[in-house]
Design a protein. Structure first.
Length: 320
């Protein structure tokens, strides 16, 4: 392995299931490792490992960036991107039996599944690390970690940030995980911009208030566009709707709106894919950070995987 600068003496985590399980020290540690990955210092560090990439639900960025991270770390990847071709879908194999089976083939499992709590169920029976790549409308911890890395990359800090999360906040797992993560930082202000039917869940609001995070729930984006550092847009999560649910979002950001109202250093983020909520006119502006955000997924996911296997770091500690 190349001359990697150690970031911490933290022990590696066995699983990454929920962002709620990571404290500020762990978050800072992973940010530091992602910087190491950005500079190429983690390449080839997992040459003897096999990682199972198991996506029971559709994915583009998460799956491909995890697999790119695996290749850059020098590990091998096995798995599937279409659950319909597996025994789980075709023959009725249970999730827990699938996990038991994968334990015999790989050293870690990256899993996306459509059911809330599926990652926790998998971790309960797995002797090898499980990384939650999204469990229904619940959480998406690796997305949140790359989101934090992107914010820090732009502003050199996360403390004191003012962020607006916009769109489908009820079913959007990325904003759920990001909200929990921001509880670890100081002087953060969050604006939740959504129609009442799609506002952030009450249990998250309660936790934020317990942590003394400044929170405002509103319906009109124009009220906060000139106040924030980060505009975090999301799409309508139609695949999460139940029964006869019908919702509509009318939030659309254009280059002209940003030019007129946004702060000079504000950035627009989006977990992607976008539908209509971020106009392509924004792509060529200085505000557009969503493609850099997606690229950062490779660095942060290298950090996550590296951290699963190494309990300590070389001597002569030097902080990032």
């Amino acid at each position: 392995m190349q001359n990697m600068l150690p970031c911490s003496n933290l022990a590696s985590a066995k699983h990454l299931i929920s962002i709620k399980n990571l404290d500020r020290q762990a978050l800072d540690h992973l940010m530091c490792l992602a910087k190491e990955a950005y500079h190429g210092k983690l390449q080839g560090s997992l040459k003897d490992k096999i990682i199972a990439s198991c996506f029971f639900e559709a994915s583009t960025r998460t799956r491909l960036s995890f697999e790119a991270a695996i290749h850059r770390l020098g590990a091998s990847v096995i798995g599937f991107s279409d659950a319909q071709s597996t025994s789980f879908a075709q023959k009725g194999e249970s999730l827990t039996d699938t996990i038991h089976m994968l334990n015999g083939y790989a050293d870690a499992i990256i899993m996306r599944h459509f059911e809330v709590g599926s990652a926790e169920r998998a971790a309960a029976v797995s002797a090898i690390p499980i990384v939650n790549a999204g469990d229904g409308a619940n959480e998406h911890p690796s997305q949140t970690l790359l989101d934090l890395f992107t914010i820090e990359q732009k502003f050199n800090k996360i403390d004191g940030i003012k962020i607006a999360m916009v769109g489908d906040l009820r079913y959007g797992r990325t904003v759920h995980s990001l909200s929990y993560a921001l509880m670890n930082y100081l002087d953060v202000t969050i604006y939740y911009v959504a129609p009442k039917a799609l506002q952030i869940p009450d249990e998250i609001l309660i936790k934020l208030k317990q942590k003394n995070v400044t929170v405002t729930c509103i319906e009109k984006l124009e009220q906060v566009l000139g106040l924030i550092d980060v505009l975090y847009m999301t799409r309508l999560q139609k695949e999460r709707f139940t029964g006869n649910e019908q919702h509509k979002l009318e939030y659309v950001i254009t280059a002209q709106m940003l030019k007129k109202q946004a702060r000079n250093k504000m950035i627009v983020m989006h977990p992607l894919p976008r539908i209509h909520e971020v106009c392509t006119s924004v792509d060529a502006t200085k505000y557009a950070w969503y493609f850099q955000q997606a690229k950062n997924g490779v660095y942060m996911r290298q950090a996550i995987l590296y951290n699963l296997f190494f309990n300590s770091f070389i001597a002569n500690h030097k902080a990032c």
